[in-house]
Design a protein around this ligand. Sequence first.
Ligand code: ATM
Length: 201
Amino acid sequence: MFLVLEGIDGSGKETQVKLLAERLVKAGQKVELLDFPDYNSEPGKKIGQYLNHEIKMTNEELATLYAEDRKLQQEKIRGWLDEGRIVVADRYAYSNLAYQLANRVDYHFLRNLDKALVFPEMVFFIDTSVDEVIKRMDSRKKDKYESNRVYLKLVSGIYKRLAEGDIEGFGKAKWIRIDGDKSIEEVHKEIWKYVEACLSG
Ligand code: ATM
């Protein structure tokens, strides 16, 4: 089973991936975790330099690097799934749609970049409001998020449209929107409800 967690920066994905993995292991499953982008891959290193303002590139070049980074992991993902492991990814191709559509990259260009991947059964969209994300930040980070408020709202809006099927994503993944403004434990319970049902179904 392949599961993906998506959401804006600071939405709580990282915590939820960890809690979900722990729960799956407790339930006797073999779990593999992935985090995209992988900043150690060749394309990932360039992405890191871009995000640190060390190099410049167009949004199309950036989107292409994210997709190249994902391609490098495909064989590994296929192998794990063939062995019956559960793969949980923090971000996947859907992040490229949400963030790069917000950067005005062409939709068909983005779809084409990621069309030949292994796709998940379920995508959990941790829908945490921008206000809540900023509220949770310490003061140093608050400034950065505050200046990104408009952009994050745009990204969040695109995630909502993906979850509602208003924008076509990738593969046949079932989108599940989770209210990320709720407590860590409530969000985890909600995610687990769906994963457990899928395991026993
Ligand atoms: P992380 O903070 O999860 O490492 O992601 C870094 C950025 O990469 C994040 N944006 N900001 N700001 C989301 C963006 N991203 C894409 O634009 N496309 C992708 O395919 C992926 C995986 C991430």
